[in-house]
Design a protein around this ligand. Structure first.
Ligand code: NCD
Length: 319
């Protein structure tokens, strides 16, 4: 049996930090918060969150801030880009300093794989990974799972296509690992040849007994006709090698990779398109206004998941 005390003071670095029962507990609390926001209004009184975003963010950063503010907590207004990091201060020294000013939780996004683990090792206060390089984005995965459950009523038995940049996309990596732990999920990876899931991750999925298959962009339409959901991701331009070769490689893949309206003509009536956002040009704009688009509801769900996590990790009191 999972209890709310089990989460007190814990780091959230990888989706593997949680058992399936713990994930389900978080999803249920997020559902309660979504249905009864007033009950949690003052639950974070006196708590302070320090967001350290070394990479751009709209949804993750704003929803974390909205989450703690709406529960009565505070945010340390720390702008990495106007900080002494620019003078060459190390991440370790910055983290220690911020902790010293009374942070109850640190939320970090950084372009380096393993940076959240590093922060968790340096700090005594809990650390939440808001995306570390191309590695993981566990809170995005929690909101993705919440959304899949909202769409289908359950996560198990889902047929989900994950499309796009599976090489560099951290949201795709953590989601695939999470889905592998739910019963009878079938995962279809669709990507350009050069952006396939990393082989170590495929190896891990195989070891976990995950039922998955890999597909080319040419099979995109056919594959999603057999799925409940397609999870589309952006080509992670910023993670391509610098210089003309990287630029050329990016252009080559990005031109060929689009989800178009006519590709949805034979999908199931209840089919949905998810996307962690931001989307650039990988989804044809008309899809936004169809019953298939679910990405803005998905983004909104980030608020409830982040409220649930902050509440559990900092031992919030609900009314
Ligand atoms: C994602 C990320 O940062 O990995 N964004 C997000 O947090 N919703 C996806 C992306 O940037 O493509």
């Amino acid at each position: 049996m999972v209890a709310k005390e089990d989460f007190l003071g814990r780091d959230v670095v990888s989706i593997d930090d949680f058992s399936v029962d713990e994930i389900n507990y978080i999803l249920e609390l997020a559902r309660e918060i979504k249905d009864n926001p007033a009950q949690f209004r003052d639950s974070m009184n006196g708590r302070m969150m320090s967001p350290l975003f070394f990479e751009p963010s709209t949804r993750t950063s704003s929803s974390f801030q909205a989450a703690i503010l709406q529960m009565g907590g505070r945010v340390l207004d720390f702008d990495v880009h106007a900080s002494s990091i620019k003078k060459g201060e190390t991440l370790r020294d910055t983290l220690r300093t911020i902790q010293g000013y009374g942070s109850d939780v640190v939320v970090i996004r950084h372009n380096k794989d393993g940076s959240a683990r590093f922060a968790a090792d340096v700090l005594e206060v809990p650390v939440i990974n808001a995306g570390d390089g191309q590695n993981q984005h566990p809170t995005q995965t929690l909101l993705d799972l919440f959304t899949i459950k909202e769409i289908r009523g359950e996560i198990g038995n889902a047929k989900i296509a994950i499309a796009g940049d599976l090489k560099y996309g951290r949201t795709a990596h953590s989601l695939a690992i999470a889905l592998a732990r739910y019963k009878n999920c079938e995962v279809f990876f669709i990507s350009p040849d050069s952006l396939k899931m990393p082989s170590d991750l495929l190896h891990k999925l195989r070891e976990m007994g995950c039922c998955f298959s890999e597909h080319s962009l040419e099979e995109f339409k056919k594959v999603i006709e057999n799925c409940d959901i397609v999870y589309v991701t952006r080509v992670q331009r910023e993670r391509f090698p610098e210089g003309p070769e990287g630029e050329q490689e990016y252009k080559k893949v990005v031109e060929r990779y689009h989800l178009k309206m006519d590709m949805l003509e034979n999908v199931r009536p209840e089919f949905k398109v998810m996307h962690p956002l931001p989307k650039v040009n990988e989804i044809e704009a008309v899809i936004d206004n169809t019953k298939y688009a679910y990405y803005f509801q998905q983004a909104k769900n980030g608020l409830f998941i982040r409220k649930a996590l902050l509440f559990l990790i900092m031992g919030g009191q609900d009314g």
